[in-house]
Write a protein that binds this ligand. Structure first.
Ligand code: UFG
Length: 343
C-alpha cells in the first residue's frame, strides 16, 4: 500500500478514472462525494475494473463537521486529490454565488482539515480556463492568467491562489495544481465514463448522444473564428491519460521530488484540434455518420487554446499518448454501454 488518499468528487468523471489509477498503483482510496453531479453506481464500475470498492462518504465538503467525521474515522490520511466542484460554465454565469460559495468553501474547509489532521499533500483539479484567451499559443505555465470567461473560471483562479498562499504559510505542506485542457473519452473497459446530467454541455458527450439517437443533431457553435476551418480549437486529451497524471503528481509530492511547495502543470496533448476535426475523428474512429449543422457562436467560448505540456513531460515524466480517435472510440463504447443498460 502506497498510502491513503482522500479523493473528493471521486464518483465524478475525472475523479472516478483517477480512483481506478490510484487503486491500480497501490493506493487506498477514500471517496467523498455528495453525488450532486454523479451516481453511486460509479462505485460498481470502479470495483469491476479494479476488484476494489473504495470507501465512500456521501458528504458535502461545505459541511466542515462532516469532513471532521471523515478524518476522525479514517485516521492518518497521506494526501488529498480535490476534484469536487461545480463545473458548468454556463450555469455559473446564471448562479455565480452558488459557484463561489460551493467551490471555494469546500476548498477552504479541506485546507483547514488538512492542517488539523496533518495531511501534507494536495493535488488540485484546475483548468486551462485560468488562461482566458491567451495571446500566444501554445500556453505554458508562465503564460499570464487573464480574465476568466465565467464565474466557474474565477473559482479555479481563486482556488489556485488560495492554495498557493496557504502553502506559502505552511512549510510542512505541499500542493500541485493540474491545469486540464479538454478531457474526453471513457475507460476502455466501458465500466466508467462521463455521465452528464440532462443535456450535455460538452462536445464529446453531445456527439455520442447525437450518434446514438438521443439528440437530433449536434450544433457546431460557430465556423467564423480566426482558425483554419473557422471552428474553435481545443486540446483534447484522454481521461485515462489525465487520471494517470494525478498518480504521478501525487507520487512526486509524497516522494519529496517537488521543487517548490506549490507547483502548477499544464495537462494536454500539446495539439490543437478544431471542432470540425473532432467530429471527423469521431466518424473515422466509429464509422458512424454524425448529424450536425453549424449555428452561431456560444457566449463565452475561447477561440483557440492548446497546451505546451513540456513541463509535465519533463518534471512528471508524464505524456498524454492516447489519440483522439481512440478517445472517441472509447466514448462511443461507453455510450453504447449506457444504452444497453437502459434497454
Ligand atoms: N461545442 C460545439 N457544440 C456543442 C458543444 C461544444 O460546437 O454542442 C464546441 C464549443 O463551442 C467548443 C468546443 O466544442 O469550441 C469544446 O467545447 P466543450 O464545452 O466541450 O469544452 P470547453 O472548452 O468549452 O470547456 C471545457 C470544460 C470547462 C473548462 C474549459 C476550459 O468543459 O470546464 O474547457 O477551457 F473550463
Amino acid at each position: 500500500m502506497n498510502g491513503k488518499v482522500i479523493v473528493t468528487g471521486g464518483t465524478g468523471y475525472i475523479g472516478s478514472h483517477t480512483a481506478v489509477e490510484l487503486i491500480t498503483a497501490g493506493f487506498e482510496v477514500v471517496i467523498i462525494d455528495n453525488l450532486y453531479n454523479s451516481d453511486i453506481s460509479v462505485l460498481d464500475g470502479i470495483r469491476s475494473i479494479t476488484g476494489v470498492t473504495p470507501k465512500f462518504y456521501d458528504y458535502d465538503l461545505c459541511d466542515s463537521q462532516k469532513l471532521e467525521e471523515v478524518f476522525g474515522a479514517e485516521g492518518k490520511v497521506d494526501a488529498i486529490i480535490h476534484f469536487a466542484a461545480y463545473k458548468a460554465v454556463g450555469e455559473s454565469v446564471r448562479k455565480p454565488l452558488e459557484y463561489y460559495r460551493n467551490n471555494l468553501t469546500s476548498l477552504m474547509n479541506l485546507l483547514e482539515a488538512m492542517e488539523r489532521h496533518n495531511t501534507t499533500a494536495l493535488v488540485f483539479s484546475s483548468s486551462c480556463t485560468v488562461y482566458g484567451q491567451p495571446d500566444t499559443l501554445p500556453v505554458t505555465e508562465s503564460s499570464p492568467v487573464k480574465d476568466a470567461a465565467s464565474p466557474y473560471g474565477y473559482t479555479k483562479q481563486a482556488g489556485e491562489v488560495i492554495i498557493r498562499d496557504t502553502m506559502a504559510s505552511r512549510p510542512g505542506q505541499k500542493a500541485i495544481s493540474l491545469r486540464y485542457f479538454n478531457p474526453i473519452g471513457a475507460h476502455p473497459t466501458a465500466f466508467i465514463g462521463e455521465l452528464p446530467r440532462g443535456v450535455p454541455e460538452n462536445l464529446v458527450p453531445y456527439i455520442t448522444q447525437t450518434a446514438i439517437g438521443l439528440r437530433e443533431e449536434l450544433k457546431v457553435f460557430g465556423t467564423d473564428y480566426d482558425t483554419p476551418d473557422g471552428s474553435c480549437i481545443r486540446d483534447y486529451l484522454h481521461v485515462v491519460d489525465l487520471a494517470k497524471a494525478h498518480v504521478v503528481a501525487l507520487k512526486r509530492l509524497l516522494g519529496g521530488e517537488n521543487k517548490a511547495n506549490y507547483e502548477v502543470f499544464n495537462l494536454g496533448m500539446g495539439k490543437g484540434v478544431s471542432v470540425l476535426e473532432a467530429i471527423a475523428a469521431f466518424g473515422k474512429a466509429t464509422g458512424v455518420r454524425l448529424n450536425y449543422s453549424v449555428t452561431g457562436r456560444r457566449a463565452g467560448d475561447i477561440e483557440k487554446i492548446w497546451a505546451d505540456p513540456s513541463l509535465a513531460n519533463r518534471e512528471l515524466g508524464w505524456k498524454a499518448g492516447i489519440s483522439i480517435e481512440e478517445a472517441m472510440e472509447t466514448a462511443w463504447r461507453w455510450e453504447n454501454k449506457l444504452k444497453n443498460k437502459k434497454s
